[in-house]
Write a protein that binds this ligand. Structure first.
Ligand SMILES: [Mg+2]
Length: 112
């Protein structure tokens, strides 16, 4: 992941784009790229969306990468250790969604 981060920083800095990459713009960009990912599945049911993902694997992968690139850069710029943040959030989620209550149900933790 350090290699990926170095590539993201180099791509940005070679173009002098850091001036545009404040936290608000990066958060907006994550949402825009997430919407581009979502667009692949708009109006499709479960079966259609699974088929679309299989048939359009490259295009879907590119949108996933776009989201990840902005997400990684935002965390990097804010000095957030993303691996630590993810592990801490998984611990928190495990507390909110204990297996005995959450297994097989998609109910929000506030309603469990
Ligand atoms: Mg995109």
């Amino acid at each position: 992941m350090q290699q990926v981060m170095a590539r993201i920083r180099a791509f940005r800095d070679e173009r002098d784009w850091m001036q545009f990459h404040d936290p608000k713009n990066l958060a907006v960009s994550i949402a825009i790229e997430a919407a581009e990912l979502l667009e692949h599945f708009q109006w499709k049911d479960k079966t259609e969306s699974e088929r679309h993902a299989a048939d359009n694997r490259q295009a879907v992968a590119e949108e996933i990468a776009d989201v990840a690139i902005y997400l990684l850069e935002l965390a990097d710029n804010l000095g957030i250790d993303l691996e630590k943040a993810i592990l801490a959030k998984l611990d928190r989620n495990a507390e909110k969604y204990p297996v005995e209550k959450a297994r097989g149900v998609a109910t929000k933790y506030t309603k469990l």
